[in-house]
Design a protein around this ligand. Sequence first.
Ligand SMILES: CC(C)(COP(=O)(O)OP(=O)(O)OC[C@H]1O[C@@H](n2cnc3c(N)ncnc32)[C@H](O)[C@@H]1OP(=O)(O)O)[C@@H](O)C(=O)NCCC(=O)NCCS
Length: 164
Amino acid sequence: MRIRPANPNDVPAIAALISDYAQRAEVLPRSAEEIRETLPNWIVGEQAGQVLACGSLLHYTPRLAEVRSLVVRNGSKRQGRGSAIVTALIAEARRQEIPTLFALTRVVPFFQKHGFAVSEREAFPEKIWRDCQLCAIRDNCDETAVVLHLADINHSASSERSES
Ligand SMILES: CC(C)(COP(=O)(O)OP(=O)(O)OC[C@H]1O[C@@H](n2cnc3c(N)ncnc32)[C@H](O)[C@@H]1OP(=O)(O)O)[C@@H](O)C(=O)NCCC(=O)NCCS
């Protein structure tokens, strides 16, 4: 599977991929228009001309972004595709020098495998104000907040370099 930035031709495939999971309330719905407007933030995994996986970064502030709309096509899961997308999103966040990434998820072990730690939803008031306020199950949310502090990772990586 080839990981690459999304282009306008991918919008219908991304929308269909997300819609499949949004119908089962596994991710928030995203309209084709919304995807098109935020296209530079999207990454896709393509194989044999088909989009099998996607994910995006949603910027809240220059210091905080959410891993968003991370999905792998049904029938293609548990083959490292989600990992390839989240790894690319983390690399992109690093490139943009965003110090903190978070996600709200029901798949905590997946994110832990990529260095995220369980956090409190309340640590991300920006998310609560933007999305959770509108959610029908906000008082019974079964999603867990997970966070990855890239600034810490960058700092320890650079101190290791300067110590060696
Ligand atoms: C979550 C999702 C993106 C993971 O993608 P994937 O390609 O299936 O995952 P990977 O093969 O990269 O998994 C890597 C590791 O993460 C963990 N993992 C992945 N899916 C998991 C799950 N459902 N439950 C527990 N651990 C899981 C495992 O440790 C896995 O390694 P293993 O298969 O060797 O045990 C995918 O299952 C998906 O699209 N789910 C539906 C939408 C969704 O919930 N998206 C996340 C929104 S925050």
